[in-house]
Design a protein around this ligand. Structure first.
Ligand code: NDP
Ligand code: HEM
Length: 496
């Protein structure tokens, strides 16, 4: 896109609207202000001026506490293969069925103005406007995550943000946490591979990470993991290229997505599901509720079922992308969360933060509003802008009959017993290094990938305190002895 061709310079009104105050009164000059005579003092009665200053003072809403920097677009999901043997999810009920959606991609740790190409996982969130309500896929571009104990989320995130005293990013905090919570090693391996710096949002995959249940009306269900594989192909920056781009164009990924869609180069992803029956899950080598583990694809093959395409840019970034509110608890009949404790905690956390960030009626904001919703018992509150259900009774009134659709709960597979405990998911053990080593071997299949990994870690780790560096070398040695040694050698050379 050239300077002559930017949306700002090509935008044209068909008509010339009359400029008014926010309350609709015409105003002759937006720059004028009221005063007596030519040099008289400003008049407090100047509603136009006072209102515009007061509104400006309130333009900022809280940025997302994580995933603050992002870009998004509208698109469509199409069912390409039948999955009716697995689930009755309405959106998937017919091959060829299309469902509109909006997606938002993001970095995690940085503030709203931070660079797009920072080393970080990328958020990969989609809201599907289905006939049975909004279904949000609040995924990442990595199939695993750093934590499996939900209590660790705020603790972990704090260490990836700024030091409370210096207000600086702090390599010691970063590695101190990771080397003392070594269940994160699998995600650390992904983060410091070149997939930690995607070339663009179009060139990365999305993964549910968590296990969900896909259910059927007879109460049966299967466990699932969803993968969205980029049709553009995986493309990454090296650490050095990403670093340079952070300075040259901190908004690179945002620009790339907008311009590709503007040019009609619509990015798409092929969508797959991995499936385990409850019986298979019981015998499975890995705990399917452990977010630090994948389901190896040779054991649980990917089954293709959909195509997701982005084809329309937002008209207004703030209204549509800043205000979009995703939640793993925005589910539809036919899908249920698994007992993964991180997922269970997320079910609470997102609507909670939306009520803080956007207000109690965040579901009424047009980008969040479902195609059909009828819940007149949820009333009032700040910014009730959709008519507030008019004269409808605010309780289940015998004078206003509603239809209640039966949604049968699934046959419970997990059985719980025992006293309440307050413990970790599981202590770190050798098993936590097996898939991390698997990824190290996968990196070895492409020339240069292992070397880049060592460069990426050492460049970052060199700024950490000696104790933390030593513990981190030991951690990488548990993945692979030679890996630990090369990281140590390369890091120590860079310590200042
Ligand atoms: P497979 O050999 O069957 O699959 C390897 C997978 O690794 C590929 O399908 C690809 O996933 C992914 N991959 C390839 N290159 C890279 C890279 N440079 N960085 C990160 N991921 C890469 O083996 P497994 O299924 O047993 O997985 C081996 C390791 O691969 C795992 O330990 C995990 O770290 C990683 N992985 C596994 C995934 C899974 O769901 N099983 C998904 C993604 C990564 P894709 O095609 O999705 O890009
Ligand atoms: C955003 C909490 C784990 C993916 C957020 C936000 C919060 C949050 C508070 C900001 C939401 C907003 O303001 O709109 C948590 C907690 C977690 C957790 C408490 C664990 C206990 C995860 C995991 C994934 C993930 C495991 C992916 C598998 C995302 C994405 C966004 C996000 C994609 C950005 C959504 C958007 O674009 O608006 N998270 N998160 N999070 N989270 Fe998480």
């Amino acid at each position: 896109m050239t300077a002559e061709d930017t949306p700002a310079s090509t935008f044209r009104y068909n008509e010339k609207p009359v400029y008014t105050t926010s309350s609709g009164a015409p105003i002759d000059n937006p720059s004028g202000w009221q005063r007596p005579g030519t040099i008289g003092p400003l008049l407090l009665q100047d509603f136009h001026l006072i209102d515009s200053l007061a509104h400006f003072d309130r333009e900022r809403i809280p940025e997302r506490v994580v995933h603050a920097k992002g870009a998004g677009a509208y698109g469509v999901f199409e069912v390409t293969h039948d999955v009716s043997d697995l689930t009755s999810i309405n959106m998937f009920d017919t091959v060829g069925k299309k469902t509109n959606c909006i997606a938002r991609f993001s970095t995690v740790g940085g503030e709203k103005g931070s660079a797009d190409t920072a080393r970080d996982p990328r958020g990969f969130a989609i809201k599907f406007y289905t006939d049975e309500g909004n279904w949000d896929w609040v995924y990442n571009n990595t199939p695993v995550f750093f934590i499996r104990d939900p209590t660790n989320f705020p603790l972990f995130i704090h260490t990836q943000k700024r030091n409370p005293q210096t207000n600086l990013k702090d390599a010691t905090m970063f590695w101190d946490y990771l080397s003392t919570h070594q269940e994160s090693i699998h995600q650390v391996m992904t983060l410091f591979s070149d997939r930690g710096t995607p070339y663009s949002y179009r060139h990365m995959n999305g993964y549910s990470g968590h296990t969900h249940k896909w259910t059927k009306p007879d109460g049966s269900f299967v466990y699932t993991q969803v993968h969205l594989k980029t049709d553009q192909g995986i493309k990454t920056f090296t650490g050095e290229e990403a670093h340079k781009m952070s300075a040259d164009n901190p908004d690179w990924n945002t620009q790339d997505l907008f311009e590709a869609i503007q040019k009609g180069e619509y990015p798409s992803w092929t969508v797959y599901v991995q499936v385990l029956t409850p019986e298979e899950a019981e015998k499975f080598r890995w705990n399917i509720f452990d977010l630090t583990k994948v389901w190896p694809q040779k054991d649980v093959p990917l089954r293709q079922f959909g195509k997701f395409t982005l084809n329309k840019n937002p008209e207004n970034y703030f209204a549509e992308i800043e205000q979009v509110a995703f939640s793993p608890s925005h589910l539809v009949p036919g899908v249920e969360p698994s007992i993964d404790p991180v997922l269970q905690s997320r079910l609470f956390s997102y609507p909670d933060t939306h009520r803080h960030r956007l207000g109690t009626n965040y579901q009424q904001i047009p980008v969040n509003a479902p195609l059909k919703a009828f819940n007149p018992f949820q009333r009032d509150g700040a910014m009730a802008i959709n008519g507030n259900y008019g004269a409808n009774p605010n309780y289940p009134s015998s004078y206003r009959q509603l239809t209640y659709k039966s949604v049968k709960p699934t046959v419970t597979h997990e059985k719980w017993s025992g006293a309440a405990v307050h413990e970790l998911f599981q202590e770190v053990n050798d098993d936590d290094f097996v898939q991390a080593k698997g990824l190290w071997d996968v990196l070895g299949r492409t020339p240069g990938q292992q070397e880049n990994f060592v460069t990426n870690v050492s460049g970052h780790l060199a700024a950490a305190h000696q104790d933390t560096r030593t513990r981190t070398y030991e951690m990488f040695s548990r993945v692979d002895k030679a890996l630990g040694a090369s990281i140590q050698e390369k890091t120590e050379k860079q310590v200042k």
